[in-house]
Each structure stands twice: as C-alpha cells, then as structure tokens.
Ligand binder design. Structure first.
Ligand SMILES: *Cc1c(COP(=O)(O)O)cnc(C)c1O
Length: 318
C-alpha cells in the first residue's frame, strides 16, 4: 500500500505531503468522498456540467446540501476562457470538473481552469478517472488541489478501487476542519490508516494487487510512453474515421475515447457492429442517443483492432 501510494504520487507529479485514500468503491464513491469531505454548506461551488459525469457532481453537491451553480455546456461547445470569466469574483470557493467528460470525450483545459481557480482563490477538484494515463496530468504543476481516480478506466484494472489524492494544503485547510458526513468514506480516517499502509475496512484486495502491478508497469514503461501509445491509437482511429467521412466532434478530445456522430441511426450501427462483427462500441444516453457512439482507446487495444473496426464500420455504413 505504501509502495502504491508512492508510485501513484510520482506518476501524478504531486509532493510527498499529499495524501492518498484507497476506497473500495466505484469512481462515484471517490467523487462523493471528495466533494463531501473537502466542502460543506459554507462553500459555494461552480460545477462544469458538459455531460453526465459533470451532472453527477451537481447531484452529489445537492444531496450533501453544498451550495453550487452549474456552468452548463451545450453539446459541441468547447469550454473557453470567456465561459469562465463570467464567474470571476463571484464568491465561489471551489470548482469541480471532470478532466475528460467521458460521456462526450471533451478534454477540458485544466491549466486554463486552474488559473481561473487561483485568481479567485478557489479549491480545484479534478475527476481524472478516464484521463489519468491517457492524457497529460501533473497535479502540482497544473495547480490541482485534489484528484479523483478509479481502477477500471484508463488504469484498465478490475472495478473496485477508487482513489482520492489531496494536496497538503487542502488537507490542513479543509479536510481536517470539515466533519465528514459519511462513516465509510471519511477521508480523514483513510488518510490516517494509510500512514501505516492500511485501509480502515476490508479493501478489494485483488484489485489493489492489480493496481500495484499496473503502477510498477507504467513506472517502468514511462508515463510519456504510456500516454503516447494511447494517443497514437486514438489518432489512428480518428484518421481512419475521417477517411470514411465519419464526423468526430471539433472540441478538444481526450485520448481515452473518440465520439463518432451520425445524423441518425447510431443505435442501428451499434446493433449491426455487435451482432454482425462482434464489436461493442459504447452507446450514448439522452439527446444524443441516436446520434453518437463512443470508441474507447484504453485497455488492451492495438492498431489492428482499429483497422478491423474501421473495416466493419465501412461495411455497415455502406
Ligand atoms: C466512469 C467515470 C466515473 C465513475 O463511474 P463509476 O461507475 O462510479 O465508476 C466518474 N467520472 C468519470 C469522468 C468517469 O468516466
């Protein structure tokens, strides 16, 4: 556990005095722990809602009675400096954002958001569940106060473990002062036990062992190499999709996922790929349900996989 903590801090680029909690929960558990233990009813949060994971942050703040406003993005709009400037000097104390809003694949510019947070004295919490290891993320250098991670996305492990990583200042200014509303997710308790490499409750041991191996693997392979591999898979697929005339959104995209857009009939494409070719893409909910599918680039994927997928897509579209 201590080794995993150190490897993780190294890969995240955060100082020794940052704290790591290994929670036995899916990513939403770590989102809830971070929001409810870093903020309380005296705070005022700004939440970037560009899709279903941003919406989830707002629902968590709602449940815990933490005042918040949402900066809502219409589908297709790229979060900009102008969008943020409307919220300058407005009394917000924290900002919550999903680095890759996995439901749309939009990769927010964390440095831009961090400079907004700094000039307004806000605490910046970043859900990097699908971005960590797929896109560049350096916690201290990017001015991020807390990072939320989970085992089953770009880490490509079994589900079961989620992490909250908090810098020293946020621990002493906020977590130590705020009374956790939860017994199981109380970060103070997890941080304290982790000092001696323990968790307060029985963890998902198998997933923790996988995590330790993966952190070693990425450490040995090099973080840049890992990110570059994912990036090249994403670029290869995007180029092939463009050659087939398939539309991909114009906003900044995470390397983790490529949304593909159709005028209509996305569900039909989904079914034909699955039933006829054995490819399961990720469907989309809500307004975009019949217009968008998502193609993942994380996990054990190869260039050949995308060539096969593109060949299948070509046939289906014809
Ligand atoms: C998957 C994901 C989550 C967490 O979902 P769980 O099903 O609770 O693990 C949170 N945020 C983002 C950005 C995600 O991609």
């Amino acid at each position: 556990m201590l080794e995993s903590e150190n490897l993780l801090k190294g890969l995240l680029g955060t100082a020794d005095d940052s704290k790591v909690a290994f929670l036995t929960a899916s990513g939403t558990g770590a989102m809830e722990a971070a929001v409810s233990d870093i903020f309380d009813s005296d705070d005022r949060l700004l939440i970037v809602v560009g899709g279903s994971f941003g919406r989830r942050f707002a629902e968590i703040a709602e449940v815990h009675g933490i005042p918040y406003d949402v900066l809502e993005l219409e589908f297709g709009h790229e979060l900009s400096e102008t969008d943020l400037q409307r919220y300058d000097s407005a009394g917000y104390t924290g900002i919550l954002v999903n680095m890759d809003e996995t439901s749309t694949g939009q990769l927010y510019d964390i440095r831009m958001i961090s400079s907004f947070a700094r000039r307004n004295g806000m605490c910046l919490v970043v859900d990097a569940i699908s971005a960590f290891l797929a896109d560049e993320l350096q916690m201290d250098d990017m001015g991020i106060d807390a990072v939320i991670l989970s085992s089953q996305k770009a880490l490509a492990l079994s589900p079961g473990i989620s992490m909250v990583v908090v810098n020293g200042r946020t621990c002493s200014d906020r977590i130590s002062r705020i009374r956790s509303p939860s017994y199981y997710l109380d970060l103070k308790h997890h941080f304290k036990d982790q000092e001696r490499g323990q968790t307060p409750f029985t963890p998902a041991v198998g997933t923790l062992l996988e995590l330790n191996r993966m952190l070693h693997l990425v450490h040995d392979q090099g973080l840049e190499t890992r990110i570059e591999n994912t990036r090249s898979l994403a670029m290869h697929f995007r180029k092939g999709a463009a050659d087939l005339g398939i539309e991909v959104p114009g906003y900044r995209l995470s390397n983790a996922v490529t949304p593909i857009i159709f005028d209509h009939g996305a569900k039909d494409v989904y079914n034909r790929l699955r039933d006829g070719y054995g490819f399961t893409l990720t469907p989309t909910g809500g307004d975009m349900a019949d217009r968008m599918l998502r193609v993942g680039h994380i996990g054990n994927m190869s260039i050949q996989d995308y060539d096969d997928l593109l060949a299948a897509l070509r046939e289906v579209l014809e």
